[in-house]
Design a protein. Structure first.
Length: 215
C-alpha cells in the first residue's frame, strides 16, 4: 500500500494524487499540513528532513519533492505511457517540468496565487500582483503555442508535463484574474476535466485558502 502524505488542498499533493489515480494505484492519503498540522511530528519528520508535503511512502521507502515523486511513480508503475525508455521522448516532459519549477510556479503559485488569492485584501501589493499576473499570462501563452500540434502537452497522450502544469489550470481559471485568450489551453483543460482522476484529485474547492497566509 502506498501512502501519499499531505492535505488535498495542496497543489503539489494533487499532482501525486492525480498520477496515482491515473495509474490505478491503491493508496492511503494521511492528511498533514495546513489545518491538519503534523508536519513537525516525529513520524512525519522521519520521512523527510524538509518537513514539507507531499511525501510518498512506498513499502517503507520515502520520497519527498513532488516532481521526484512523479518521476518515481512513472518509472516504477507507469510503463511506457508515462516513462518512455527513449531519452528523447522522456526529455519532452523533463523540459516542461523544469520550466514549471523555475518559471511557472514562481510566477503563478508564489506570485499570483499567494500574492492575490492567499493574501488578505488589506495586505496585497497591487504592483506585485500586476507583475505576477502579466508573467503568468506570458507563461501560459508559451503553453498555448506548444499545444498547436498536440492534444496534450506531453504529446499525443497524457504525460508528466500535463500532470505538473495541468494541475494548476483549475486554480488559474477559477480565480478572478485577467487572462489572455488561450483557446488551445482551454481545450486542453476541458480534456483534462473529462478525466475522472483529474476531477477527483485536482478540482478540489480551495476557498478555505482565500485570504490566509497561514493556518
Amino acid at each position: 500500500m502506498l501512502r501519499i502524505w499531505g492535505r488535498v488542498t495542496s497543489s503539489n499533493v494533487q499532482k501525486a494524487l492525480w498520477l496515482a489515480q491515473e495509474l490505478g494505484l491503491a493508496y492511503e492519503n494521511p492528511q498533514v499540513g495546513g489545518p491538519h498540522g503534523g508536519l513537525d511530528s516525529p513520524a512525519f519528520r522521519a520521512l523527510t528532513p524538509m518537513g514539507l508535503i507531499p511525501v510518498l511512502e512506498d513499502d517503507g521507502f520515502a520520497i519527498w519533492e513532488s516532481e521526484a515523486i512523479l518521476r518515481y511513480l512513472a518509472a516504477r508503475y507507469g510503463g511506457a505511457d508515462f516513462w518512455s525508455q527513449d531519452p528523447k521522448v522522456r526529455s519532452w516532459s523533463d523540459r516542461w517540468m523544469a520550466w514549471a519549477q523555475t518559471r511557472l510556479q514562481p510566477d503563478f503559485v508564489s506570485g499570483l496565487f499567494w500574492g492575490f488569492y492567499r493574501t488578505p485584501v488589506e495586505q496585497r501589493d497591487a504592483a506585485a500582483i500586476a507583475r505576477a499576473e502579466a508573467a503568468t499570462a506570458s507563461d501560459f501563452l508559451k503553453v498555448e503555442e506548444a499545444l498547436a500540434d498536440r492534444p496534450f502537452l506531453s504529446g499525443p497522450a497524457l504525460g508528466l508535463a500535463d500532470i505538473v502544469i495541468g494541475s494548476l489550470l483549475y486554480r488559474y481559471f477559477e480565480m478572478e484574474v485577467a487572462r489572455p485568450p488561450l483557446p488551445r489551453v482551454e481545450a486542453w483543460y476541458r480534456r483534462l476535466q473529462m478525466r475522472p482522476a483529474y476531477a477527483n484529485a485536482v478540482m478540489v474547492p480551495f476557498d478555505s485558502l482565500k485570504g490566509r497566509l497561514s493556518f
